[in-house]
Design a binder for this molecule. Structure first.
Ligand code: HEM
Ligand SMILES: *[C@@H]1O[C@H](CO)[C@@H](O)[C@H](O)[C@H]1NC(C)=O
Ligand SMILES: *[C@@H]1O[C@H](CO)[C@@H](O)[C@H](O)[C@H]1NC(C)=O
Length: 329
């Protein structure tokens, strides 16, 4: 009876350090809900498809929501939490512009999943957001991919945690690389994920400095295509409602394609953080590759968004599975 015991001891001596050094992402599995909610993927897909058919904004809104969730406290659905005193992540200025349709998409997916008695309160809101994100990318014409699952929902959401964790539209390449680097994403990932700006829109205030409507010099950012800049000025004139939003991809705004990179080649990156990917010699070759090779872009996007989906995830008995995605249990 000595052998099994020493075997257990030996294996735990070997396994324990392994467990400790294994990154959290390795704990996510594509078949995580095989026994608890085997139809989770199709339930989410039908709910998201229905929502997408009602409004295209579903796609950009959900994709951006996923990014903002993952960069702040990891992909733990903390961005979905509401606070009674407006002090949650979603109340931060960087998150105020998150379109309501993204939140609504997760609520709809949750309702669809919970409608199946077997699945009720078994699937985390963080996983629902990850699945819905994959589905909207596909619906908008982007690549499909396998979503790794098993994330748990966080219990904390604060305005303070948003500060310093999200990139700003005036960032340089070094600033982008270091902020993404903090989350284990490299420059290729920055460039591939920025391709998300191939769909959706932005408010004029986020790039108005580049067209200098208010300055005495009336100067236009020299990296911006002049024709495009003048068009932007018109679209963002003072007569226009400030709630107005401008398509970030002026050519194919409703198609998840690589036109974003061809726009950059023509000086039509809406934000400094977009255009710099082409003007900086270190990232330009990758922009040129993605502009000419859609498959290379799609492959890089899948790899990068999979990495994004594993950022700071809570697994095992960390966190919880929320009964209501907007509230801790
Ligand atoms: C690289 C640094 C990034 C910066 C500086 C940035 C900044 C912004 C800004 C300022 C907006 C406009 C918000 C508004 O005025 O409504 C925006 C929109 C958007 N961003 Fe980013 N973003 C970045 C990366 C990403 C990534 C990695 C994703 C997803 C993978 C993403 C997805 C989106 C989408 C889909 C929209 C459109 C949202 C809508 O139409 O509702 N962005 N981004
Ligand atoms: C970025 O990471 C990916 C793997 O996730 C790797 O294939 C690629 O070579 C890396 N790129 C750079 C510039 O380090
Ligand atoms: C600027 O945009 C115009 C019109 O869309 C295009 O024809 C031109 O090639 C662009 N200029 C540069 C420098 O790429």
């Amino acid at each position: 009876m000595e052998t099994p015991r020493s075997l257990i001891l030996l294996s735990s001596l070997v396994l324990l350090p392994l467990l400790l050094i294994t990154p959290a992402s390795a704990q996510l599995r594509s078949d995580f809900y095989r026994n608890t909610c085997p139809n989770v993927e199709s339930l989410v897909r039908s709910a998201v498809t229905k929502k997408f058919q009602q409004t295209f904004v579903t796609a950009p809104a959900t994709l951006r929501l996923f990014f903002h969730d993952c960069f702040v406290r990891g992909c733990d659905a903390s961005v979905l939490l509401a606070s009674p005193n407006n002090r949650a992540e979603k109340d931060h200025p960087d998150d105020i512009s998150l379109a309501g349709d993204g939140f609504d998409t997760v609520i709809k997916a949750k309702a669809a999943v919970d409608n199946d008695p077997q699945c009720r309160n078994k699937v985390s809101c963080a996983d629902l957001l990850a699945l819905a994100t994959r589905d909207v990318v596909v619906l908008a014409g982007g690549p499909t991919y396998t979503v790794e699952l098993g994330r748990r929902d966080g219990r904390i959401s604060t305005i303070a945690s948003v500060q310093k964790h999200l990139p700003h539209p005036d960032f340089t390449l070094d600033q982008l690389n270091s902020m993404f680097g903090l989350h284990g994403l490299n420059q290729t990932d920055v460039i591939a994920l920025s391709g998300a700006h191939t769909i959706g829109s932005s408010h004029c205030s986020r790039f108005s400095k580049r067209i200098h409507r208010f300055s005495l010099q009336n100067r236009i950012d020299p990296t911006l295509n002049l024709t495009y800049a003048l068009q932007l000025r018109q679209m963002c004139s003072l007569r226009v409602d400030p709630r107005n939003a401008i398509n970030m991809d002026p050519t194919t705004p409703r198609s998840f394609d690589n036109a974003y990179y061809r726009n950059l080649q023509q000086g039509k990156g809406l934000f400094t953080s977009d255009q710099v990917l082409f003007t900086d010699a270190r990232s330009k070759p990758t922009v040129n590759l993605f502009a000419s090779n859609n498959d290379a872009f799609r492959r890089a996007f899948v790899s990068a968004i999979t990495k994004l989906g594993s950022v700071g995830v809570k697994t095992g008995n960390q966190g919880e599975i929320r009964k209501d995605c907007t509230r801790v249990n």
